[in-house]
Design a protein around this ligand. Sequence first.
Ligand SMILES: *Cc1c(COP(=O)(O)O)cnc(C)c1O
Length: 365
Amino acid sequence: MSALATSTGSINLGQGFPDTDGPAGIARAAADAVLTGRGNQYPPGPGVPELRQAVAEHQRRFYGLDWDPDTEVLVTAGATEAIAAAMLALLEPGDEVIAFEPFYDSYAACIAMAGATRVPLTLRAPSFRPDLDELRSLITPRTRLLLVNTPHNPTGLVLHAEELAGIARLAVEHDLLVVTDEVYEHLAFSGGHHPIAALPGMRERTVSISSAGKTFSFTGWKVGWVTAAPALVSAVRTAKQYLTYVSAGPFQYAVAEALRLPDSYFDTLRADLRRKRDLLADGLAAAGFGVFTPEGTYFITTDITPLGEKDGLEFCRSLPARCGVVAIPNVVFYDDAEAGRPLVRFTFCKQDAVLEEAVARLQRL
Ligand SMILES: *Cc1c(COP(=O)(O)O)cnc(C)c1O
């Protein structure tokens, strides 16, 4: 879809990358690291100590979680590598993984590469809230882990405290591992983000994953991290060693500085994206879409049936020619194609003028 946006000169509200870079001071820190020779050669396997320390401080500052930077923090090539390494490390062929459907696209691939089977817990419109009784019914003796994503891409669902507690109780009761993708942790617009690792019985069974891409608007740097108990970190590190080994040396120093930015940075990011969410949601509603207002992330899922459309894939293929906008058909995130067919995702991590122009174009539908 990004290639289609380029070839047709359309506004790309498909792929989720900001069209404005993150803080200039952090970009400067990366440039300085390169120029002063910090991280230009292979950094240590677990990540540079400065970044591991900064990740541990960040988890304490925002969530009251205590992780030892030497044994409980691992730096990865973005959250993507952390997910891959966690799946390869923790799954054996034949294991089952329960994950929310729609899935972020790499989950299905990584579970398959580990020889395991994915078992979808389908989040259904309009609320997309998970049904915990259904979750319980999906657990079998082969279930090895729960793959949780909150705030959730593409629906914008943010798990509430009682949902997280219910998932944690099931994990403890059935002795399951939990891998949690929290890359949108700073983009929960109301009620905040609650890491499942903080709940009773979860510290020793949870692998928490996040990254700098979304929080600091540097998606090209690919600096991510894992926090977990030592045995889990060491398993993930062993898999990671044979994926990239290490990556992004100089950027690791810059991200360490970014994680220490004052609260005002994180508050402004969230407020700014919340405003953009409202701008795009209002515009999509005015254009006739059914809008599911997200509680988090920088995506809005819409229903195209009020426009007289049925098939999101066909709709997204024709959208550039019809009005010069690109979006993503949610069906690509589903095993159950029927559940995703009429849904289409738009991102709002773009400049206001771009969103306003996209909204104006969509009114022509
Ligand atoms: C963007 C995204 C990722 C990938 O993060 P990187 O740090 O760029 O690898 C992982 N999970 C979700 C849900 C995402 O939206």
